[in-house]
Design a protein around this ligand. Sequence first.
Ligand code: FES
Ligand code: FES
Length: 139
Amino acid sequence: ASSSRLYHSNVIDHYENPRNVGSFDKTDPNVGTGLVGAPSCGDVMKLQVKFDASGQITDACFKTFGCGSAIAASSLASEWVKGKSMEEVLTIKNSQIAKHLSLPPVKLHCSMLAEDAIRAAVKDYKEKQAEANGETVEA
Ligand code: FES
Ligand code: FES
């Protein structure tokens, strides 16, 4: 109804049919968990990525407590990270997510949340790997 005038069909599709909703075991050494929040609205996004031995992301899932744009951004991010390496996913920008979903300016922080979540998930995975190797990593 009125939302279809405000929002692009890609947002509505990802909102109504979110991909990859769920959780992985966060203690799994191959899983990176990113949990981030948006201070401006209080929304929270959890994105998890699973790496294979070659450092490729084989699977991803998310849980988001937030607005439709945040859910759509998480869903899109969980699709985009699959099959990519750590270096590749770190190049995903919130502006690309916002553009794909045609988010209005007031909703840009929702896509920022998705970029933050990807970075946090990679950082968590790196820390786990380093810990397993008996190293410490700089943030
Ligand atoms: Fe937080 Fe959108 S303002 S749900
Ligand atoms: Fe806050 Fe969307 S994440 S309004």
